[in-house]
Design a protein around this ligand. Structure first.
Ligand SMILES: O=C(O)CCC(=O)C(=O)O
Length: 250
């Protein structure tokens, strides 16, 4: 594993709201985690039906191999350097776009989905466990969109949803970021992003680790309808997220 992020990468992240970090994990580890990811997908029942991807949430609490990746000190140190504040884990999830899945993850920001109070900064590490060229559903970002912080929640299944609340984004450049297995992108929770469908014969396997400001408190009024409370462990309103289920990292 590489050690950390460079000053240039930190500057790029703060300017654009995302950054690509090559080789954050080595290829052998990526391949080991990819196998564990497919096994977890096959083993864990009751996964939500979603045309966009197969989503296995809170996998760090259900799989020892992937727990290693979610709690990786290298990932967490990079996230902390980018955010510039102490962080804790919010949650993780495997996002597997099955071969020929045909559904894009449409443009959205993450933060409006989350029941966070007083958060100064949240960000995600999107780790490619297999090669993810554009045709397999890599991520696309709108640089600078992390400065738009007052928008309502957007629907990842609706291609025009974000553009209806922020039409100026229609005219902004988009950056598509293919990744090799073991690379990752970090994106700020307000950065507008999307991912193309998987048009290849192999699954797109991404492991996403979401970090939040360690001092964030829980706001149940912002919990999206239908999102199980298990994702936030049933935390009472207004108190900090407890360390057991939301460990401080690194
Ligand atoms: O991988 C995808 O399809 C979308 C990922 C995403 O929206 C995220 O990690 O915030």
């Amino acid at each position: 594993m590489t050690n950390s992020v460079t000053e240039d990468q930190i500057a790029a992240y703060r300017r654009d709201g995302f950054v690509r970090i090559p080789n954050i994990i080595d290829k052998d580890d990526a391949s080991r985690y990819a196998k564990a990811a497919l096994a977890a997908r096959d083993r864990i029942s009751d996964l939500p039906a979603d045309p966009t991807f197969t989503r296995v949430a809170q996998v760090w609490q259900q799989d020892d191999t992937l727990r290693e990746l979610t709690l990786s000190p290298v990932l967490a140190a990079a996230a902390t350097a980018l955010a510039g504040i102490p962080l804790r884990l919010y949650h993780d999830h495997l996002l597997i776009k099955e071969p020929h899945n045909g559904a894009a993850t449409e443009f959205h920001q993450d933060q409006p989905y989350w029941p966070h109070l007083g958060s100064r900064h949240s960000l995600s590490a999107w780790v490619a466990l297999v090669d993810v060229p554009a045709a397999r559903g890599c991520m696309t970002f709108i640089p600078g969109s992390h400065r738009l912080d007052g928008l309502r929640r957007q629907d990842v299944h609706d291609a025009d949803n974000l553009m209806r609340v922020a039409p100026q984004l229609l005219w902004e450049p988009r950056v598509t970021v293919p990744l090799r297995a073991g690379d990752c992108t970090f994106h700020h929770a307000f950065t507008a992003h999307s991912a193309a469908p998987n048009r290849t014969d192999d699954p797109r396997i991404a492991h996403v680790v979401v970090y939040m400001d360690a001092d964030t408190r829980y706001d149940p009024r912002k919990r999206p309808a239908g999102q199980p409370l298990t994702e936030v462990g049933g935390v009472p309103e207004g108190i900090p997220f407890p360390d057991d289920d939301f460990p401080r990292l690194p």
